[in-house]
Design a protein around this ligand. Sequence first.
Ligand code: FE
Ligand code: FE
Ligand code: ZN
Length: 291
Amino acid sequence: MSLLLGSHLPLSAPSYFLGTARLAKAYGESAAMFYTGAPQNTLRVPLSKMMIEEGSALMDEGGIPPSSRLVHAPYIVNLANRSDPDKLKRMETFLLEEMDRAFSFGSSLLVLHPGSHLGAGEEEGTRNLLLSLEETLRKESPVVIALETMAGKGGELASTLEGMKKIIEGFSRPERLAVCLDTCHLFDAGYDVSDLPGLKGEIERTIGLHRVKAIHLNDSKNPRGSHKDRHANIGQGYIGFDALCAWAHDPDFASVPKILETPYFEGKAPYKKEIEMLRNSSYDPDFLKKL
Ligand code: FE
Ligand code: FE
Ligand code: ZN
């Protein structure tokens, strides 16, 4: 089976999902992730305008089946803080709508940042998040929420595997939750991403490898444990190409879509080259200059 590799893609006017699918094809992707609108707000264009059928058909044809399509919830959704009840209610409602929207694009996996406790402490933040998840996931849906491991800046929850474990174990319906591992976030949180067998062992002991349903494959601009969360291009950061390549080819993660969220270089998307290098296990240190 070929590697499930893709990138974070735009979903924007005028061709929306058809445009997303065309980019995925141009970059040689076999997986894809997108926001259903701007990540910093909750305004959404009606689905009827998004060219979903056309985009879906092109993705099916190009080898990106629904199981390899991921939606990322906007990062402003913070369910770990309950200081503004009205806002929280709006966010919970939005998340419910977002699950429906994700499914309209064929996706049954919605990646969500577990949120930030904003100084109230991890325990209270976790309690808050769980209250919201119980409320939101009461409604039946084919969509599973994949909670993302975080770098630990500004009171972020799930910046340790133990923290993630507490969230999952504290939830009444853990089958509705999955985990999205972000290599940059894990590394910035202090984990040795280059020791994949060791880290997989730790994942198995805490959250369980079976819960990993998505991977964000990013290098990091900062050294291990920096808690910064700044993504670097593949091989251009402190994690390095060999370590990331091992993740891409790991047999335990063969069925898990791996998504690049690496930065553009001089206005150009790096994904075609990054995916090629990972597929071929061969690194070109000058690839950014050849985009
Ligand atoms: Fe994310
Ligand atoms: Fe990520
Ligand atoms: Zn990040």
